[in-house]
Write a protein that binds this ligand. Structure first.
Ligand SMILES: [Cu+2]
Length: 335
């Protein structure tokens, strides 16, 4: 078995907390490689320095030209490292296969949707959230896809990392072992706001997890609250500013103070072709068919994708009500 003093030292040293069943083995192998490297590095460098000094060229000293070859030493320094490298490969392969093979049944299956630049998690009961919640002590399986470009699902505390390539599904799994809040990062550079594509992972007791699921499924009754709820859960928050609780100014226009005012357009479907009013109809068009009316000053890359098929008309209504509720808020200075 793995000596614990080798693995658990990292809890406080150079690794984050060990919060999954993988963490111990990964850290242990990492340490083993470091210690093996040190065990070679120190004597080799020491011998090098010693011989450099001992056999340096100096008056009255002549090196011998016969000592060029020693079969015993050469066989040893080839064969021993080969076995060590083979062992490292074997241990790494076992760990890799373990991480690539989710248990065939009994996992908590969570769908992960990566999108520029936010995460969306869908749970078995239909609930969704922008941060990941998982129960402790039970394997959770991530069924992951990307809506646009390459992203990477990376939770350092679990020692789990997996690329997500558009057009196919990728899987990842882990069994959390320590309650707490951990960081989730996107580990593939995916454009301008890649560095903001982070989320939290909440490892919770079964009761807390069940409570979260029950609450996450219900859309708030109040229409404005529901709009805000959708704004946070559907990824709008990464790009649009919406008041004090909203995110910092992203690539999209701020919702604040826009309602009922004229919107200057690049190309418009309305009669003048120059501007339109910020109302329900404009919000609906912007969400379902963003190319039809682009706001002036926002014609560049990194624009909004259509939400056709992802939002119901009632949900658009709620989002519009939420934007309307911000009509008196002052927008932040544009960067
Ligand atoms: Cu990304």
């Amino acid at each position: 078995m793995i000596p614990t003093f080798l693995a658990d030292i990292n809890d406080t040293f150079w690794f984050p907390k060990q919060a999954s069943t993988f963490a111990h083995d990964v850290d242990w192998l990492y340490n083993a490689i470091v210690y093996i490297s040190v065990a070679f590095f120190v004597p080799i460098v020491a011998a090098m320095i010693y011989f450099t000094v001992k056999y340096r060229e100096r008056p009255g000293y002549k090196g011998s030209i016969e000592a060029l070859h020693n079969t015993t030493i050469e066989v040893l320094w080839s064969v021993i490292p080969t076995f060590i490298a083979g062992w490292i490969f074997w241990q790494g392969l076992l760990g890799y296969l373990d991480m690539q093979s989710p248990p065939p049944a009994g996992t908590e299956d969570i769908k992960v949707i990566a999108k520029k630049w936010s995460w969306n998690f869908k749970y078995p009961n239909g609930a969704e959230s922008p941060d990941l919640h998982v129960p402790i002590g039970r394997p959770s399986k991530m069924i992951m896809r990307s809506e646009d470009v390459n992203h990477g699902f990376y939770v350092p505390a679990f020692r789990v990392k997996r690329d997500i390539i558009p057009g196919r599904f990728h899987y990842s799994w882990f069994t959390p072992t320590l309650e707490g809040t951990y960081d989730l990062f996107c580990s593939e550079y995916c454009g301008d706001n890649h560095s903001t594509m982070n989320a939290k992972v909440y490892v919770e007791s079964e009761e807390a997890y069940a409570k979260f699921l029950a609450e996450a499924i219900k859309e708030p009754e109040d229409i404005v609250e529901r709009g805000k709820w959708l704004y946070e859960r559907k990824g709008c928050k990464t790009c649009h500013y919406a008041g004090k609780e909203g995110s910092a100014a992203g690539p999209g226009p701020s919702y604040n103070g826009s309602w009922g005012k004229p919107v200057p357009l690049v190309k418009g479907a309305d009669a003048s072709g120059k501007e339109t009013l910020f109302d329900e109809e404009y919000v609906l068009n912007s969400i379902m068919d963003p190319d039809r009316q682009r706001r002036k000053g926002y014609e560049g890359a990194g624009n909004m994708q259509s939400y056709k098929g992802q939002l119901k008309i009632e949900q658009v209504e709620a989002l519009a009500a939420f934007m309307k509720s911000l009509e008196s808020e002052t927008p932040p200075a544009k960067k």
